[in-house]
Write a protein that binds this ligand. Structure first.
Ligand code: HEC
Ligand code: HEC
Ligand code: HEC
Ligand code: HEC
Length: 123
């Protein structure tokens, strides 16, 4: 293989690699739940929260410098079992993030869920 061909192949491989990161798209709706959780999964409308309710990415992805390019999952830092490395445990992080904002919104006349069974709905 000539070095020119080699270079083209290298550029093509880099291109595919970069594209696969840039296009890391969130799902429209998540069923938030983890292995062994006792309560029913919580439906989370990612698309509505970001687009209709116009919440900034960084209100939730608070440690990611540029969420449009790359985000880390909450539970990669927020351990399920216990607080670790200064990060509160996962349940507390989710509850604080979701419920604190909902309470604030409801004071302003919205009707976002704040009761256990409004989020952890039995199917
Ligand atoms: C109200 C909170 C919230 C907002 C606002 C939000 N996200 Fe998310 N996002 C989440 C949660 C929760 C998940 C599910 C994955 C998890 O639990 O870590 C997620 C998942 C993702 C994922 C997929 C991660 C993966 O590994 O599967 C991407 C990408 C993402 N969000 C990007 C964004 C971008 C870009 C914005 C702003 C336009 C945004 N998010 C706004 C909470 C939010
Ligand atoms: C890279 C690691 C990392 C990721 C990813 C991460 N967090 Fe955090 N989080 C932390 C740390 C560390 C703290 C402690 C305070 C600080 O350093 O900001 C924290 C604090 C918080 C707090 C404040 C708790 C309090 O008592 O004030 C909330 C709420 C929270 N995280 C929610 C989330 C949510 C929701 C996600 C996913 C969308 C997420 N975090 C992703 C590391 C992370
Ligand atoms: C920064 C503010 C904010 C955060 C953070 C937030 N929400 Fe919301 N949420 C809203 C608003 C605003 C509404 C719409 C309320 C209305 O229209 O009456 C809403 C509505 C909802 C609803 C009902 C309507 C729908 O779209 O399904 C659910 C369920 C919900 N949120 C779950 C969550 C969960 C789970 C989290 C945490 C992962 C979360 N939210 C984090 C602001 C927030
Ligand atoms: C705004 C939505 C919301 C409300 C209200 C809420 N939760 Fe959660 N909760 C979540 C999310 C999101 C998670 C993380 C993903 C999951 O469901 O496992 C979670 C996780 C948990 C967990 C750890 C996982 C498990 O199931 O063992 C427990 C326990 C829990 N919640 C109990 C409660 C109780 C009790 C209440 C009422 C006092 C409550 N939650 C209210 C959204 C909510």
């Amino acid at each position: 293989m000539t070095s020119k061909k080699g270079l083209i192949v290298l550029i093509a491989v880099c291109f595919v690699f970069v594209i696969s990161f840039v296009h890391a798209q969130p799902k429209d709706v998540y069923m938030l739940h983890w292995e062994g959780a006792k309560f029913p999964p919580t439906e989370f409308t990612h698309k509505k929260h970001a687009e209709d309710y116009k919440i900034d990415c960084k209100d939730c992805h608070h440690k990611d410098p540029n969420p449009a390019e790359k985000v880390e999952k909450c539970i990669s830092c927020h351990d399920i079992a216990e607080a670790k490395g200064g990060a509160p445990k996962a349940m507390d992080a989710y509850h604080k993030n979701c419920i604190d904002c909902h309470k604030k919104e409801n004071e302003a006349g919205k009707s976002a869920p704040v009761k256990c069974n409004e989020c952890h709905k039995k199917s």
